[in-house]
Design a protein. Structure first.
Length: 287
């Protein structure tokens, strides 16, 4: 019977040889899988390739063998003949792929300057551009005097024109004596004809002032300022009466210049003596 240590040594040697063989097989399989296989169309095209200036065009299988040998041996890839129609790879310029921080800031500054100049140019053009005729900021013909007075009567003492942002009310002829001591000529022209054009904006904080059907006053819903039909302040935090527009009456037609705003009468002015004719809409229970 052979010596036991010798048998053990043989078994160990066989195990080591088996492991070495398995490692080689697995490495070869990994290389084959990494290399892949060429399709039938590729092989056919390689066989029918024309002669290159460097010699006979190698087949796909030959290129595959060269690649496998290079991976196993760890050597330098063997140069092979290339097709004349293959374009040589040129790495892209890093400046074209990414943007450095300096380039980013430079471009941002240039863009900011360009935007500022464009905005300034737009403002200059808007300032120099002529104001379109018609609508708020221009002279508006609101109709014949008798028609305007009729619409004021239909509205319960108030006639609103949204295109001019104005209220038109009737001014009593009996109050003209007091009005002449308070209002300038552009406003008096309309009052003498019996009409008064008021800017809808409250002098306090700019809210739109509606009319109150019960008190027959203008009453601001924002902070409670109140004005009579002539726009004169009767209560609330407003610093003055409602502002006026210049009015002209020529040939029976009433024209309101919404581009000329005349500041309202000071606090305490009451040329018409009109008091509230009913409950207030703001703070007085009116609806």
């Amino acid at each position: 019977m052979p010596n036991a240590p010798v048998i053990v040594g043989l078994i160990v040697a066989l195990v080591v040889l088996g492991l070495v063989s398995l490692v080689g097989v697995f490495r070869r399989r990994d290389a084959d899988e990494a290399t892949g296989s060429l399709s039938r169309e590729t092989l056919k095209r390689d066989r029918s390739a024309e002669m290159s200036p460097l010699g006979v065009q190698p087949t796909g299988r030959e290129i595959e063998r060269i690649a496998q040998a290079d991976r196993r041996d760890g050597g330098t890839a063997i140069a092979v003949a290339t097709r004349p129609d293959v374009v040589t790879y040129v790495p892209p310029d890093p400046e074209q792929i990414g943007v450095t921080r300096r380039q980013f800031f430079n471009r941002g500054i240039i863009a900011l300057f360009a935007f500022s100049i464009a905005a300034f140019g737009a403002e200059v053009i808007a300032f120099l551009w002529p104001t379109p005729k018609g609508g708020f900021g221009s002279k508006i013909n609101i109709g014949k005097l008798e028609d305007v007075l009729a619409k004021i009567e239909e509205g319960g003492g108030f006639y609103y024109l949204p295109e001019g942002r104005m209220w038109v009310t009737q001014y009593p002829a009996s109050a003209l004596g007091k009005a002449e001591a308070v209002y300038p000529a552009p406003v008096l022209n309309g009052m003498k004809a019996g009409v008064n054009a008021l800017y809808q904006k409250c002098p306090h904080l700019g809210c739109r002032v509606p009319s109150c059907a019960t008190s027959k006053w203008f009453e601001c819903p924002c902070h409670g300022s109140q004005y009579n039909q002539a726009g004169e302040k009767k209560g609330g935090p407003a610093p003055r009466g409602m502002d006026h527009f210049a009015v002209t009456v020529a040939g029976g037609a009433v024209t309101v210049d919404t581009g000329l705003i005349v500041q309202g009468a000071p606090i305490g002015t009451n040329t018409t003596g009109q008091e509230a004719e009913g409950p207030h809409c703001v703070g007085g229970g009116g609806h």
